[in-house]
Write a protein that binds this ligand. Structure first.
Ligand SMILES: Nc1ncnc2c1ncn2[C@@H]1O[C@H](COP(=O)(O)OP(=O)(O)OP(=O)(O)O)[C@@H](O)[C@H]1O
Ligand SMILES: [Mg+2]
Length: 274
């Protein structure tokens, strides 16, 4: 199968899967409306997908994740227009707590772990919505996914390396057994080998049945695991398409992605790049 056919196939498959998350024409402001952070943004994550959210600093990526997880208010932000539907229901006015219960988990930018608490206590703190038995099972699963966290379970989390702390942050978000995982720059500041490891774990999480919306500055890493990607620029979605189509678009690569031309055979230009 050549690249073009594969890309077209990927997009057709994408449209056939049911939408898990659907953001429609979303506009968000901060500081009582004086700062516009998103303007008429639309994005879909289908069941089973890994979708990458790319874009320069300040484009609005974290804001979009805050809106989806219900954390906007905490940061002085508000939805001005548009809707956020999860499993067909409009969740834009439900609490962050209820969204977690419905299966939406977020791992925030900048790790945000409790440095004085042990690794295992950090993980348990992430399982706050589940029963004791549920927490024990989730702990077991997270430690299977991240063996290093099992080996260092009693160590103060502040003593973990940067990569291990990032794994802890992702592991904590998994403690609620999410159906949709929102990841804000999980590879930030990590060495290439660890980035690769984290992306492999993202793939494993996805193979376990969890859809992922992944913010990444490391475009190559993100597009190596994502099947679809959106590029935000100045508060708007400027481009979207299959990962293969984005990588094959010369202008996009130069303008936004800052990555080298793909070594795989070209030919995905007819993918659903809009
Ligand atoms: N709490 C806040 N109050 C006011 N303005 C904010 C707040 N948080 C973000 N902004 C503004 O909203 C815009 C989008 O910020 P956001 O953090 O969503 O960007 P980003 O794409 O995640 O950037 P980065 O790649 O640097 O993390 C920026 O102009 C930022 O200054
Ligand atoms: Mg951000």
């Amino acid at each position: 199968m050549n690249g073009e056919t594969m890309s077209a196939r990927q997009n057709a498959d994408r449209l056939q899967a049911p939408a898990l998350l659907s953001v429609q024409d979303l506009s968000v402001t901060y500081s009582s409306g004086s700062i516009s952070a998103l303007e008429s943004v639309s994005l879909t994550v289908h069941e089973g997908e890994i979708v990458a959210l790319l874009g320069v600093n300040g484009a609005g990526k974290t804001t979009l994740l805050r809106a989806i997880s219900g954390l906007l208010g905490l940061h002085g932000g508000a939805i001005r227009a548009g809707s956020i539907r999860y499993r067909s229901a409009d969740i834009s006015s439900s609490s962050s707590w209820s969204r977690v219960r419905q299966g939406i988990s977020i791992s925030l930018e900048g790790r945000r772990i409790f440095g004085d608490l042990s690794v295992v206590d950090n993980l348990k703190a992430g399982g706050y919505t589940t029963s004791r038995a549920g927490t024990a099972k989730a702990l077991e699963q997270v430690m299977e996914l991240f063996p290093v966290l099992g080996r260092k379970r009693d160590l103060a989390a502040g003593l973990l390396s940067g990569g291990e702390q990032q794994m802890l942050a992702v592991g904590r978000a998994l403690m609620q057994g999410p159906r949709l995982l929102l990841l804000d720059e999980p590879s930030l500041g990590l060495a290439p080998l660890i980035v690769k490891q984290i992306m492999e774990i993202v793939r494993d999480i996805n193979a376990g049945g969890c859809s992922v919306l992944l913010i990444e500055q490391n475009v190559t890493a993100a597009l190596s695991v994502a099947n679809y990607a959106y590029v935000l620029d100045s508060r708007r979605v400027e481009h979207h398409g299959s990962a293969a189509a984005l990588l094959a678009d010369d202008t996009l690569r130069d303008l936004y992605l800052g990555v080298a031309a793909p070594t795989a055979p070209r030919g995905a230009e007819n993918g659903a790049l809009r």
